[in-house]
Write a protein that binds this ligand. Structure first.
Ligand code: XIL
Length: 361
């Protein structure tokens, strides 16, 4: 066989195998679950965006099951701050109005994030006082506008380095020094005297060293007297998590006594090494059962916290097909199913696991 066609067959093989697996054996097991928010004794959040609100099934499923909303992107700088430095609240107001209209608590996400470096700030990179003024002005304006309408803010998002060691170098730190995070909390408090103010990050469960760095930063901010009043753990995890790791993270983060937000939960059922790895041929039902065990662990650990530390438990999307892991740049092979409801809005074993954990089962 010529090498060329052999190569073509080899690369086609995973797709063929996948197609072969899409028979009845891959159907998701039927699961029943009551409206989640009615049985979970803490605010249950979900990430969403206004583009989804034209879908009645989406809105119905969301409002029946969740009591809190985190804007997936519409309260980020990318949505609010125009290149010329003007503020555009069209999107953030629209999502805030949706939350108000449907009686949902609104969690503000996010004021300062290393990944957002709008042109309006890049233009004054290195400018000294003008940069510090613009930083204060942004936080005052946005947190001030939604004062009384949000129940809390992610003030600083993802401040710790990818590998868990130390803090990220970023536009904010370069211009404002190592205390840029503490400063953001002070500005946010000036704008909103009541909202819980969160430091939020990911892989606090996957990487214990990242959790240590995160807690060290939280303690430094607290020591400086800045009003950090909550800790968010994104909890983007997978079925390949070591059992107990998610529980250990929640317990450890709670040791400072602050309210905890499981802020962006999803549990990928894909390969440990993502799109590059060999296909995980474990039957789908088994992977979904495994996913349910991870959700159970997270919800059980969260339920075990004292009531005043249970700020909210938020999943990062409604139905599997809504997940950011199913869209670029994360789309992969498009087969991930990381959320509590399937593509058709039916509860998955993971939804049932949340109900059971909240009921102490
Ligand atoms: C993601 C959204 O889900 C995507 O739709 C968007 O394009 C990029 O951001 N950590 C966070 C979230 O704090 O804001 C990110 O959300 C996911 C990782």
């Amino acid at each position: 066989m010529p090498t060329q066609s052999r190569r073509r067959i080899l690369t086609a093989a995973p797709a063929l195998l996948l197609a072969a697996c899409k028979g009845p054996a891959q159907a998701q097991p039927p699961v029943s679950a009551p409206p989640l928010k009615q049985v979970v004794p803490f605010p249950l959040g979900v990430a969403a965006m206004t583009g989804q609100f034209g879908d009645p099934q989406f809105v119905d499923l969301l409002t029946r099951n969740f009591s809190q909303l985190t804007p997936e992107w519409e309260m980020k700088m990318e949505a609010i701050l125009r290149d010329d430095g003007a503020f555009d609240y069209a999107r953030s107001d629209a999502i805030a109005a949706f939350a108000a209209d449907h009686g949902l608590r609104l969690h503000g996400h996010t004021l300062i994030w290393y990944a957002q470096k709008p042109a309006a700030f890049e233009r004054i990179d290195g400018a000294g006082q003008p940069f510090a003024d613009a930083y204060r002005n942004y936080i005052l304006a946005v947190a001030g506008r939604y004062r009384g309408r949000v129940v809390g803010w992610d003030v600083v998002n993802e401040a710790i380095n990818e590998d868990g060691e130390g803090e990220r170098d970023c536009l904010w730190r370069r211009n404002l020094g190592p205390d840029y995070a503490a400063l953001a909390f002070r500005h946010a408090r000036e704008a909103d005297p009541d909202a819980p103010l969160f430091l939020n990050d990911y892989f606090l469960d996957t990487l214990p060293n990242k959790r240590r760095s995160f807690l060290r930063l939280a303690e430094r901010i607290l020591k400086s007297g800045a009003p950090l009043t909550g800790l968010g753990s994104q909890t983007h995890v997978s079925i390949h998590m070591a059992p107990g790791a998610v529980r250990a993270a929640i317990k450890d983060l709670a040791s400072l006594g602050l309210p905890i937000h499981v802020s962006e939960l999803d549990v990928s059922i894909r390969n440990a090494d993502g799109a590059r790895g060999a296909l995980d041929m474990t039957p789908l039902a088994e992977r979904l059962a495994h996913q349910a065990r991870v959700v159970h662990e997270a919800a059980d650990a969260f339920t075990a916290l004292p009531a005043h530390q249970r700020y909210a438990f938020t999943v990062w999307g409604l139905r599997d097909k809504d997940s950011w892991l199913r869209h670029p740049p994360n789309a992969g092979d498009g087969t991930d199913r990381p959320l509590l409801f399937d593509d058709d809005g039916r509860p998955k074993p993971a939804a049932r696991a949340l109900v059971d954990a909240a009921a102490g089962r």
